[in-house]
Design a protein around this ligand. Structure first.
Ligand SMILES: [Zn+2]
Length: 274
């Protein structure tokens, strides 16, 4: 055996051994669940037509920070940090919803040692105010948004959904964020024209699907209900079907962003999932 082939053989062995015990596999290192506010809805039936009419509902609102060996992705930015200083919260949607924030996104990032300038990508599930409230906190990050969403919410005659100076990367459908299949944006239109969800592979936890607002809470998922404010009912139902197929294929968990009881079962930052 020549010296050179020995070196190659040793290198191959190192890669195989690393892969077998998981140390050399690139990909997601940590996922943090951040508290990005609460939405108090006056009438649940806004999201579940005909069901629980006139009954209030409280939604959780999460942001998710994913540390990958090639960079950091923040999925959604939540309710504006400024709401944390408002004792009565912020009333939106003609009084139908009140936003509250117990702690800021900035303080939670600080607590886990992440500076806004460390965040490579900020991806927004869609452009509603409880998801894009803190995009301007990340002036050096690249924003990942569907072209259809951008044109609907940012480029039309109405005021843009968020003010941005960042580089915007407009997507047309699914997108493999780090190029290795471990963090994939999945096109799930219907709630808004360019709504998207996120499929993540964690080394210990396995596959997760972060819903965005493709579905708002468990009972709506079970009954495949379409909220009244969704822009397209058929697209919504097709997106729910697509999510169901992905969950089966990957044996993935569905994390429903606005489902308060489910969110209460999750570890929050500074704890994390691996
Ligand atoms: Zn929302």
């Amino acid at each position: 055996m020549t010296g050179k082939s020995l070196v190659v053989l040793v290198a191959v062995h190192a890669v195989l051994a690393g892969a077998a015990i998981g140390t050399a596999t690139a990909g997601v290192e940590k996922l943090y669940v951040l508290d990005c506010g609460q939405n108090l809805g006056k009438d649940q039936s806004r999201w579940s037509p005909g069901v629980n009419e006139g009954k209030p509902i409280e939604f959780s609102d999460n942001c998710y920070l994913i540390r990958h060996d090639k960079g950091i992705l923040l999925w959604d930015t939540g309710i504006p940090d400024s709401v944390a200083a408002m004792p009565d919260g912020m009333v939106v949607a003609n009084g139908a919803i009140t936003y509250r924030r117990l702690k800021t996104l900035a303080s939670q990032l600080d607590q886990i040692g992440v500076k806004p300038s460390d965040v490579t990508y900020v991806a927004v599930s869609h452009t509603h105010g409880d998801h894009v409230g803190n995009v301007p906190l990340f002036p050096t990050s690249t924003v990942l948004i569907q072209t259809a969403e951008y044109e609907w919410a940012m480029a039309g005659p109405a005021k843009p959904a968020f003010v941005t100076t960042q580089k915007i990367q407009k997507l047309s459908g699914d997108h493999d964020v780090f190029g290795d299949g471990s963090v994939k944006i999945i096109s799930t239109p219907g709630h808004t024209p360019g709504h998207q969800s996120l499929l993540v592979s964690l080394p210990k936890t396995g596959w997760l699907l972060l819903s965005g607002d493709a579905v708002h809470f468990q009972d709506n998922w079970t009954h495949k209900r379409v909220p009244s404010m969704n822009v397209n009912r058929d697209q919504t139902l097709a997106s729910l079907k697509r999510i169901e197929t992905l969950l089966e294929e990957r044996k993935a968990q569905l994390w429903i962003n606005h489902d308060k009881p489910q969110t209460a079962t999750l570890k929050h930052a500074p704890n994390y999932y691996e």
